[in-house]
Write a protein that binds this ligand. Structure first.
Ligand SMILES: [Fe+2]
Ligand SMILES: [Fe+2]
Length: 284
């Protein structure tokens, strides 16, 4: 039996101990422009993601709140509160990182404005059920990307500038902790598997398009567009035999299974390891 299966409570909710940590990261101007392995493409890929977080996470919170009152299970209700707390703090801290990149002259504001418009469009045009399904899908994409940095390629976190590494390690930890919360709310309220799976196909297309567009837009603020070594390295990073896409594909596809649950990917032991490595001593 896996550690994850052992920690399921009687109502089928994983007891993870989701903790809201109040961070106060400071990102000084001494941080180099390309804080991910001195590589413009990788740095701006993470910057593009960071730029979408404040608005995206606000939308995730709202979509779960819409169904919060329908949940009676006390453990899940507690987890919803922790999920909301964690995501609200992520937005705040990523705002600080986004401000650093704005000060450096990157057009982060353009991405933020686009995200605000997209989120408003979703609220106006999608049912609350579809909005929650979208959050469930986004949380799965976030969880498998977090897993890339936690277990699949942990050396990547080490390539980040120490001051920037802290925010990403913290985000990786918390996204893993709360990866099943929106899913469990969805299963107990909407419970439409076709909607969940079809939304994933749609969100994946949107996510790839949005992230690629934003990364290229940010790269246009640099003199690196014709840096072929950077493009070759980036191609390997995403599409190489040991690249992100191939490493994440099996677990991405698991989401389309009828009986999928996020904790089928048991990461409880890995969570303990990464917490001990990157959070303050005494944190458990
Ligand atoms: Fe988050
Ligand atoms: Fe999340």
């Amino acid at each position: 039996m896996t550690a994850a299966a052992k920690k399921l409570d009687t109502t089928g909710i994983m007891e993870v101990g989701i903790k809201v940590r109040r961070m106060d990261f400071e990102f000084g101007d001494a941080i180099p422009d390309y804080w991910y392995g001195n590589d413009a493409l990788l740095t701006l890929f993470l910057t593009a993601l960071s730029a979408t977080f404040p608005e995206g996470e606000k939308q995730f919170i709202q979509s779960v709140r819409n169904f919060q009152e329908q949940i009676t299970d006390p453990e899940l209700r507690k987890q919803i509160r922790a999920f909301i707390g964690q995501e609200a703090h992520h937005s705040k801290e990523h705002d600080a990182l986004n401000d650093l990149m704005k000060r450096k002259g990157f057009s982060v504001l353009r991405i933020e404005k686009r995200m605000t418009k997209m989120a408003q469009w979703m609220r106006d045009n999608w049912s609350p059920e579809r909005q929650l399904a979208n959050t469930v899908c986004a949380e799965h994409i976030t969880a498998i990307m977090a897993d890339f940095f936690m277990t699949k390629s942990p050396q990547e976190l080490e390539k980040l500038h120490p001051q920037v590494r802290k925010i990403w390690a913290w985000h990786v930890i918390e996204e893993t902790e709360h990866k099943a919360v929106a899913f469990d709310v969805y299963q107990r309220t909407v419970d439409d598997q076709w909607l969940r799976r079809s939304q994933m196909a749609l969100l994946t297309a949107l996510f790839v398009l949005e992230t690629a567009t934003s990364t290229v837009q940010l790269l246009r603020d640099t003199d690196q567009l014709t840096n072929w070594k950077m493009w070759l390295n980036g191609t390997r990073y995403f599409w190489g035999r040991k690249g992100m896409v191939w490493k994440l594909l099996p677990e991405y596809l698991d989401f389309y299974k009828k009986d999928f649950h996020p904790w089928q990917h048991d990461r409880l032991a890995d969570l303990e390891t990464i917490k001990q490595k990157y959070l303050e001593i005494g944190e458990r």
